[in-house]
Write a protein that binds this ligand. Structure first.
Ligand code: SAH
Length: 235
């Protein structure tokens, strides 16, 4: 089973995910996410490892499932959104894999900002670890050109300090300088920060790998401190 943990706080972990974790024989996790569920670990065996060990974790999950264990691989947010679901399925071959969805960063951040995703949106990860930077830039261009609301995951890290700024400049080719931008850091992890700014003024340097950035479309407004993309209702 591959189980989504949601953004962090327990009340955004689904009852189905909770049950799966409680009933697991073995839990396999990226180290950081294990802390989200520490208090739920009683008898379950644990395998945890660091970043870029995803293939090893998926292989371990499949090996142990073949031995008859009830294995749960946990992923933050939704496991099918830049998470472990695809890799585990590709590794599993004929073994059935159940996916338990979770609350993803895009909708978690959106809820804290207001209602910015009321119309068509594109989710783009700025990480070029597994995708070429050329392809990412092309997708930013296309999303900007098509006036999508753009949600950016993995926006900026120490190793990739400039891509967020390049992304901003690409989007500025198609979007107005005053387009609302929401920046949400560590959402629902107990110490979140929420900022509503514009594509012109956004403080790129505060953005990190715990941040989700939502750039509005041409209709997005800020109303009473809330970022809203009107759906089109006549009110
Ligand atoms: N599977 C996860 C996404 C993994 S990619 C999900 O569905 O949410 C990791 C990226 O997700 C981070 O770099 C960040 O952009 C975003 N993210 C994950 N959790 C977040 C949180 N609590 N607050 C803000 N952004 C978050």
């Amino acid at each position: 089973m591959v189980v989504g943990l949601g953004p962090g706080k327990r009340d955004l972990l689904t009852p189905r995910a909770l049950k799966a974790i409680q009933e697991a024989d073995l839990i396999i996790a990226y180290k950081t996410y294990l802390t989200f569920i520490e208090d739920l670990i009683t008898e379950q065996e644990i395998i945890s490892s660091g970043m870029r060990k995803e293939i090893e974790r998926a292989r371990a999950a499949v090996d142990e499932a073949r031995r008859g264990k009830n294995v749960v691989v946990v992923s933050s947010g939704d496991p099918g959104v830049y998470g472990m679901a695809g890799l585990v399925m590709q590794t599993a071959g004929e073994i059935p894999v159940e996916i338990v969805p979770g609350v993803t960063a895009a909708t978690t951040a959106a809820a804290l900002l207001g209602a910015p995703l009321m119309h068509d949106f594109a989710v783009i990860s700025l990480s070029d670890l597994l995708t070429s930077w050329a392809a990412i830039q092309l997708r930013l261009e296309a999303a900007g050109q098509a006036d999508f609301i753009v949600v950016l995951y993995n926006p900026r890290s120490q190793g990739r300090p400039n891509q967020m700024e390049i992304a901003r400049q690409i989007l500025l080719r198609y979007k107005e300088e005053v387009t609302p931008v929401g920046i949400v850091k560590a959402a629902e992890r107990g110490r979140e920060t929420v900022l509503i700014t514009t594509l012109r003024d956004m403080p790129v340097e505060v953005i990190d790998m715990q941040t989700t950035v939502i750039v509005g479309n041409s209709q997005t407004i800020v109303d009473n401190g809330r970022m809203i993309t009107p759906r089109g209702y006549l009110i």
